[in-house]
Design a protein around this ligand. Structure first.
Ligand code: ZN
Length: 269
């Protein structure tokens, strides 16, 4: 059996509430050894902490996602530091997003940089979300102090020309199953150019579903009937990566285990 590592999911998401207890059993059956569970706002940080305390597989990560900045309280920064001090954890999901409606890039940058500095001071791995803001992200990463352990560009969708310079700054590139969709040719091509020692695999569950024929754990949102991504679909994402990179499962899982341990080793319990 292969050891699997999910570099990015949201097990705390309320849309997974219906399956959370059975999900952990499914994840164990699938041999998912560790997963980075990303908080996205003050409201879900306590849930992420509780999951980390309940399940040794969960590596917690705390951060303010650009989509939820408008909800933040005046004490958000203190609260974030409190969670980071409570147990070994990463910083994320943080980032920049010019795809969302009514974005305020200045505000996003301020909060992003604040969190980046907190991570750099403590040498904590950072999980970064970036949509349509790659140039600006690169500038900030170049100017600001970064954690020595590195940072993850989750669901990397930037231009492949930027991969070498991002790699030089300490980037890891994490591949979601969503990129197995036939039309995602640009992203697929980019991942063929990612250095193997910087490759990670993620589900981003409950988002970024795989093409339906690859799904092993089907799930739908009770309220809307929309498809959701089950975190135990991780092996299907690895299978997709093997096809994309023309690699055996044995070699790929060993490489990803090495990479995951290199960046997240400091917060593994
Ligand atoms: Zn995410």
């Amino acid at each position: 059996m292969f050891n699997l590592y999910d570099a990015h999911n949201h097990l705390q998401d309320e849309r997974l509430g219906q399956v959370r207890d059975t999900a952990i059993l499914d994840l164990r059956r699938e041999n998912v050894r560790r997963m980075v569970v990303n908080g996205s706002c003050e409201e879900d940080w306590p849930l992420v902490r509780d999951l980390a305390k309940a399940y040794p597989e969960v590596l917690p990560s705390f951060g303010y996602h650009p989509w939820y900045l408008k909800e933040r309280s005046p004490d958000w920064e203190q609260s974030l530091i409190g969670f980071l001090d409570e147990l070994p954890s990463g910083v994320g999901e943080i980032g920049l997003d010019r795809w969302m409606k009514d974005y305020d890039l200045e505000d996003q940058e301020r909060v992003f940089v604040t969190q980046l500095r907190i991570a750099a001071e403590r040498n904590l791995p950072v999980s970064i979300h970036c949509l349509q803001a790659w140039g600006r992200l690169y500038e900030l990463l170049r100017q600001e102090p970064l954690p020595n352990c590195g940072f993850v560009l989750h669901s990397f969708g930037g231009p492949r020309e930027m991969i070498p310079s991002l790699t030089a700054l300490g980037a890891y590139f994490s591949l979601p199953g969503y990129y197995a969709l036939e039309r995602k040719t640009r992203q697929q091509e980019a991942f063929r150019h990612v250095p193997r020692e910087r490759l990670l695999i993620e589900t981003d569950a409950p988002d970024q579903s795989l093409p339906v024929e690859r799904v092993r754990y089907p799930l739908t949102e009770t309220a809307t009937g929309k498809p959701l991504n089950h975190p135990a679909n991780l092996e299907a994402v690895y299978r997709f990566a093997c096809e994309l990179l023309n690699e055996s499962m044995e070699t790929l899982t060993r490489q990803v285990e090495e990479n995951f341990t290199r960046i997240f080793g400091g917060i593994m319990r």
